[in-house]
Ligand binder design. Structure first.
Ligand code: MD3
Ligand code: FE
Length: 208
């Protein structure tokens, strides 16, 4: 495990290649089954209604959604109205290993990036608690991601996230600004048609 201090922020751990090819294929199969139940939707920005370039779905008791009214977590899919599918055991186990002090994750956001999709610099702050880390798993094409500090204007550093990489955002890094600048076409054979999937496991409600 590598601990990368960025702008003096502790708590960012990078686990390159945590999942090998076979584990990535198994995980991808789980995600495909989830997306068959809970189809990818295209969120829009609150107020402006501008569509995200990333398509999303979720699994777990709560899912993150964004529409004209705002960002929020909700127990059902915005289009089907059905509860989100369960978080696969392999991801529950990952959380137990890497966030052993935190209670179980409540949301797993599934981001799908076509080549050309990106995600602007933002903080993850729609959760009711920031005590638990956010855990990220990347699958498919390599992305360049950017992490700064807790203030939007803090300097940023860019890293590449490859298929199978895991990042744990705990401590002060939990509220760091971050984003995805671009997805590098043809860098992985995991997804037949290219693109990238990122999974983020989150605790939403406060601990007991
Ligand atoms: C969290 N996703 O869904 S995950 C998001 O690759 C999101 O799809 C990105 O940001 C993606 O909210 C990035 C990796 C990541 C990196 C830095 C972080 C998550 C972070 C810093 C603080 C909190
Ligand atoms: Fe984020």
């Amino acid at each position: 495990m590598q601990d990368i201090p960025i702008n003096g922020l502790s708590g960012l751990a990078y686990l390159p290649g945590h999942f090998g090819r076979e584990a990535q294929e198994d995980l991808l199969e789980r995600i495909r089954a989830i997306v068959a139940e809970a189809p990818l939707f295209q969120p829009v920005m609150p107020k402006t209604g501008k569509p995200f370039s990333v398509r999303m779905s979720n699994c777990g008791p709560l899912g993150w959604v964004s529409d004209i009214n705002g960002y929020r977590y909700q127990p059902t899919h915005p289009e089907t109205g059905k509860p989100w599918p369960e978080i696969p055991a392999v991801l529950q186990n990952l959380w137990s290993e890497l966030a052993s002090e935190a209670p179980e994750p409540e949301a797993c956001l599934i981001n799908f990036y076509d080549t050309g999709a990106k995600m602007g610099l933002h903080q993850d702050r729609d959760e009711q608690t920031f005590e638990a880390p956010v855990i990220s798993v990347s699958l498919g094409d390599t992305a360049t991601f950017r992490v700064g500090g807790v203030n939007r204007k803090d300097p940023t550093q860019s890293f590449r996230l490859q298929s199978g990489d895991v990042v744990v955002l705990g401590g002060k890094a939990r509220l760091a600004f971050h984003g995805i600048d671009r997805v590098l076409k043809g860098t992985s054979t995991l997804l037949k048609n290219g693109g990238r999937i990122n999974l983020t496991l989150r605790r939403v409600t406060p601990f007991d």
